[in-house]
Design a protein around this ligand. Sequence first.
Ligand SMILES: [Zn+2]
Length: 296
Amino acid sequence: MKTLLTLICCAAITQGAHAQIDSSQLLKDVETLSTDKFEGRQTGSKGNRLAQFYLLDRFKKAGIKPISGTYEQPFYFTRGDVRTMGTNLYGYIPGKTDSVIVISAHYDHIGVNGAGNSADSIFNGADDNASGVAAILGMAAWFAKHPPRHTLIFAAFDAEEMGLQGAKAFLERPPVPLTKIVANINLDMVSRNDKKELYACGTSHYPQLKPVIQAAAAKSKIKLLTGHDRTEDGSQNWTNQSDQGMFHKKNIPFIYFGVEDHPDYHKASDEFSRIHPSFFYQAACTVLEVVRLMDK
Ligand SMILES: [Zn+2]
């Protein structure tokens, strides 16, 4: 009997060590955020606002604390003649120091196709970027139970699709002094790749982060690659192609995690049914491992 109990105990501990992120909650968050109810989450739309309500509830349940009593950072921006309001959502997990790592993912997407006459006119944005948001929520829940050394700010940015406006607003009015932010970890499209490849972009700008990526890659069950961050990569240089670009402009070291474009990129077919659950789970765990190593 004792042997059996010991075995069960060991099995539970072993499973616990690997099951770092709650996989069912991870998938549920992507599925929910990419349902038609949220109408493609375009900044300023009703669907985007409904997504905010869902995320506010999830922030609380993940154990993320509000900053100065709020999770919301409203901001305005102008494109052409149109003035639009966006809303970043953020909060923190306290660390032992006031050095901050900002872990971010944009929750907005591109809404509904104006023509509206195709069978499916809603751009659900499951991979882009319900996946990144779900992953940072999963990471937050883990760190709420395993307190970090750095203070971790979790940010779901709005209006990325309109020119990285949410990240820009965050850096113009940061909730902590910019000098306290030591790194940005940004996730944008992390849930599918036929070759099981996830890119960690940014090490050519910030080579000091390369050892951490290499150590996480050695443990990862997917292929964690570096690249897409040099001038000679041309249009495949992703340095400024998602919110990390705004951190880079302030000389804040970043790692951006994402996959190469797939046929459903910025199409109505970027649906929950097209994501690769196993790859996605491993991608989220791999990014969690990177943050854990950076936090040491
Ligand atoms: Zn995106």
